[in-house]
Design a protein around this ligand. Structure first.
Ligand code: F6R
Length: 244
């Protein structure tokens, strides 16, 4: 079993480039691999780097399949703040990936439980996630798995904490527009990924980085479960690693 690997770099751009190296290796070894993807500010340098590498000919997305961690409940796929739209704008529209090979949970399902079960089935049918990308919320969430008394297993609906809505209001006109619920892969779904890369950048993430990787494993800090995964690489910039 490999040990948790922690890489500290100087800048968010460097973190993106180091993560891109892992993506490049996984795609080269298995062109039809299944990538678990994340949204938010943290992955942006990685996505820019992946686009540049496909243009340079070192990565090819044509056969790659992707499953995203989460989606806001109540947003149409083309809503400016939906995670489907985010992925189109920041990655999918700029690489050779086929739309039918990209999955983001539906934000407006007729039957939420059936949608969540079907999402798990798709991951299973595709053979599981080869490489899962994560970042971390200020409260330790991964995907939208917020601090709770237990670790949720499967894709499910979740109520967002005020801390998370507050952190994400920067993308909306006001806090009232930030959805109160979302659909997210479970901790069990994430933990089944064969390989995980977590990127953490910024001084505002230093305390939670310490809690997640130097504190006890607890559902009160959902990311702490990664201490039990056999193949995790955490790529931090200096600011996020300051308290380690
Ligand atoms: C996004 C996601 C979230 C974010 C986390 C950090 O798909 O699942 O867990 O990774 O909220 O967001 P940023 O990177 O914006 O700080």
């Amino acid at each position: 079993m490999k040990r948790l690997k922690m890489i500290v770099v100087n800048t968010p751009e460097e973190a993106g480039a180091r993560a891109a190296d892992v993506f490049e290796a996984v795609i080269a070894a298995k062109p039809e691999c299944v990538l678990g993807l994340a949204t938010g500010t943290t992955p942006l340098p990685l996505y820019r780097e992946l686009i540049a590498r496909e243009k340079a000919g070192t990565i090819r997305f044509a056969e790659v399949r992707t499953v995203n961690l989460d989606e806001y409940k109540g947003l149409q796929p083309n809503h400016p703040q939906s995670y489907r739209r985010f992925m189109q704008e920041h990655l999918f529209d700029h690489v050779s990936i086929k739309t039918e090979n990209t999955c983001v949970p539906c934000g407006l399902p007729e039957n939420p439980d059936a949608m969540c079960a079907a999402y798990e089935d798709t991951i299973e049918r595709w053979g599981g996630i080869d490489l899962q990308l994560l970042s971390i919320g200020h409260d330790g969430h991964v995907g939208f798995n917020e601090p709770e008394d237990t670790f949720p297993m499967y894709t499910h609906e979740v109520q967002l904490t005020e801390m998370t809505r507050e952190a994400n209001k920067r993308f909306f006109d006001s806090i009232d527009e930030v959805p109160t619920a979302a659909f997210t892969m479970g901790i069990g779904t994430i933990m089944k990924a064969r390989k995980i890369v977590m990127i953490i950048t910024g001084a505002d993430k230093a305390d939670i980085t310490y809690a997640a990787f130097c504190g006890p494993v607890t559902p009160k800090v959902p990311a702490s479960i990664l201490q039990f995964h056999p193949d995790v690489t955490v790529i931090c910039d200096k600011a996020a690693a300051a308290k380690l």
